[in-house]
Design a protein around this ligand. Structure first.
Ligand SMILES: *Cc1c(COP(=O)(O)O)cnc(C)c1O
Length: 373
């Protein structure tokens, strides 16, 4: 695949949706090209058996793509599940907490972490090791603010809080406890040192593809915690033993994930380069916030800012509504913030091109000039 300009597809807008989100044009075009007939197969990927050699190859390539990008070694298994990241809010504690004496610790830096902790409480003891509710999740804890329980079953974090726009820059220190991370909204946006994690999960529809598939990366020793009384399909071991195919997997979503992995590797130059690209895009917008004399007020504190979701307020709600409407007229779509934060959220995942961010920057400068007078 070679890089293509969005301008070459005239009717496409710049899509700042938090998810499902913008996909690389090259991926959409390859899927389109192969949709009616996969090369050498003569059928659509939508029509083939999930046990066919053609799908064997797609699954293998997708797995190899992910493992190659993330440098996943022999200590971890990779499985593809359905039910979204939300099902992992339940499956993680069902498999890792159920029947344990210890508590699971949750570090709450935003809405998704809070939701995960709520589900975990159905399965066992949950200890909140830090909670930023008092300032509406605008920052990360300092190392001395995290209060872990004694020998927690695991420690759960959310690497990027999609709604608040708060992103961890490096892993918190959690002693010997397995670190469990919801990476849904920054998966494949930067390198991860997988060896530091007990379990990583991510739905695909933010950075890595389309809704329907969720990647779970689990350290092999943790599989021993799952109990035989678990429902078969909710037991991680079922999916590991059956190579992500105990039943029909979401074949199209797996296929697209594979294409996205290839795009990140071949077109974008791998995760280090992807991360630099994403940081450069985010800086363009944060520089506008910082030079706006308070007209655009960032939600996240500067040292916790997300490279994926840029969240900010305007002086009043009337102006925020006008901003969203006027931006849409310029082909800058889906900029309304989540109701729990308000204001504006620009989601600028992997596939948002630099020219989309530059167009938003120019719009923001113009908007401030005309509305501030
Ligand atoms: C989108 C998102 C989820 C929810 O994902 P679903 O696939 O809709 O269940 C969970 N966590 C984070 C961080 C997200 O961004």
């Amino acid at each position: 695949m070679t890089e293509r300009s969005l301008a070459s597809v005239g009717e496409r807008v710049f899509n700042f949706s938090p998810g499902p989100a913008v996909l690389p044009l090259e991926v959409l075009e390859q899927a389109q090209e192969e949709l009616v007939s996969l090369p050498g197969v003569g059928m659509s990927v939508l029509e083939i058996s999930h046990r066919s050699p053609a799908f064997d190859r797609i699954l293998e390539e997708t797995l190899a793509g992910l493992k190659g990008l993330l440098g996943i070694g022999a200590d971890h298994e990779v499985i593809f599940l359905q039910g979204g990241a939300s099902l992992q809010f339940s499956m993680v504690p069902m498999n890792l907490l159920r029947g344990q004496q210890a508590a699971a610790d949750y570090i709450l830096t935003g809405t998704w972490g809070v939701t995960g902790a709520k589900e975990a409480r159905r399965e066992g003891a949950v200890h909140v090791a830090w909670d930023c509710a008092a300032t509406n999740y605008d920052r990360l804890p300092g190392p001395d603010e995290i209060r872990l329980s004694k020998d927690p079953a695991y420690v759960h974090v959310t690497s990027n809080e999609t709604i608040q726009g708060v992103q961890w820059k490096h892993e918190p220190m959690v002693g010997g406890a397995p670190l469990v991370c919801d990476c849904s909204s920054d998966f494949l946006s930067r390198p991860i040192d997988v060896a530091k994690y007990g379990l990583i999960y991510a739905c695909a529809q933010k950075n890595a593809g389309i809704a329907g598939v969720t990647a779970v990366i689990i350290r092999k020793d943790l599989l021993e915690r799952s109990r035989d009384t678990l429902p078969t399909m909710l037991d991680y071991r079922t999916h590991v033993t059956n190579g992500s195919r105990p039943n029909t997997p979401p074949v199209f979503a797996v296929y697209i994930l594979g294409l996205v992995c290839r795009w990140v590797r071949d077109t974008m130059g791998g995760l280090e380069s992807m991360a630099r690209h994403n940081a450069a895009k985010a800086k363009i917008l944060y520089d506008i916030l910082d030079s706006s004399a308070g007209f655009y007020a960032g939600h996240a504190r500067p040292d916790c800012r997300s490279d994926m979701n840029v969240t900010f307020r305007l002086p009043n709600e009337g102006l925020e509504k006008e901003f969203v409407t006027a931006a849409a007229q310029r082909g800058l779509i889906d900029l309304k913030g989540h109701r729990s934060v308000g204001g504006i959220r620009a989601s600028i995942y992997n596939a948002m091109p630099l020219e989309g961010v530059a167009a938003l920057r120019d719009f923001m400068i113009d908007f401030q000039k005309t509305r501030q007078a």
